[in-house]
Design a protein. Sequence first.
Length: 109
Amino acid sequence: MTEANRNNVLQSEIIETRREMSLSDLCEVCTVTTERVVQLVDEGLVEPVGREPAEWRFSGRSVRRVVVAERLSRDLRVNAAGAALVLDLLDEVQQLRQRLLRLEETDES
């Protein structure tokens, strides 16, 4: 893992502990435009709280999803709908791994 990637991971972990952030905060942290975030919201990739973009609030989880979507777009040319699918599948894999880990811990007891 490169130094830049390590820094991005650390930044994402720190931000995920924050309760919520505005649209401009999310854009700044993820280095994306407002228009790009609106597109990702339209695709269901991130789900803000609030009716209008000026009122939107995002969870720390949104940071990871936007960063990964941007990497998929840049590196693999995946569109926003494809990135949403990939992220949903990655979330499911993570949940299954956590469940398996809990089951293994229970078996060891």
